[in-house]
Design a protein around this ligand. Structure first.
Ligand SMILES: CC(C)(COP(=O)(O)OP(=O)(O)OC[C@H]1O[C@@H](n2cnc3c(N)ncnc32)[C@H](O)[C@@H]1OP(=O)(O)O)[C@@H](O)C(=O)NCCC(=O)NCCS
Length: 147
């Protein structure tokens, strides 16, 4: 339950980007969207967001805070996922995540903190040097993470 029911300000709200269509293979025994599928999608979305914000393909999930499964989604539902950077640390990036029904805008999931850590070629935490969000593709890494 969200202890803070006030509406989010523009600075706190997420940008919804990726859409998903809930398919039979994404359902749980209750016939609604399986939480594990949703978390997999969110983690991937967060990784892409972190790569684009930090300009480095070598980033890893460090920490995920309390996950609030606010409401369920059904087979055939169109859902959308959104993220927003809330803190640029020295080697880390903290994001807020939300998933909602694309049509009704009913919230499906919220996560207040997802922390990714920027790694150097040695696999150790490395300073990323960024302090603000980019809305462009100016930090897209020149090489893939596996290059
Ligand atoms: C990511 C990893 C290299 C970080 O190592 P570490 O010893 O914790 O590194 P540090 O203590 O230097 O912390 C790195 C950053 O993470 C942050 N951090 C560490 N533990 C944290 C936690 N529990 N919650 C939030 N942030 C945390 C630190 O504050 C630091 O951020 P900053 O530089 O912006 O201040 C190491 O924990 C790791 O390899 N974890 C596995 C990652 C992984 O495989 N993820 C995929 C899922 S299995």
């Amino acid at each position: 339950m969200n202890a803070d029911p006030r509406p989010l300000t523009d600075e706190e709200s997420v940008n919804f980007r990726t859409r998903k269509w809930v398919r039979p293979e994404d359902l749980n025994a209750n016939g609604t969207l399986f939480g594990g599928s949703l978390l997999r999608w969110i983690d991937e979305e967060a990784a892409i967001y972190a790569i684009l914000q930090l300009g480095n393909g070598r980033v890893v999930t460090k920490y995920i805070s309390e996950i609030n499964f606010v409401s369920s989604a059904q087979q055939g539902d169109l859902i959308e996922m959104g993220l927003r950077a809330t803190r640029f640390g020295r080697t880390s990036l903290t994001m807020r995540a939300e998933v909602r029904n694309m049509i009704t805008r009913q919230s499906i999931l919220t996560i207040e903190q997802i922390v990714f850590v920027n790694l150097g070629p040695d696999g150790l935490p490395a300073p990323h040097g960024y302090t603000t969000i980019t809305y462009d593709r100016d930090r897209v890494p020149g090489t893939s993470p596996t290059a």
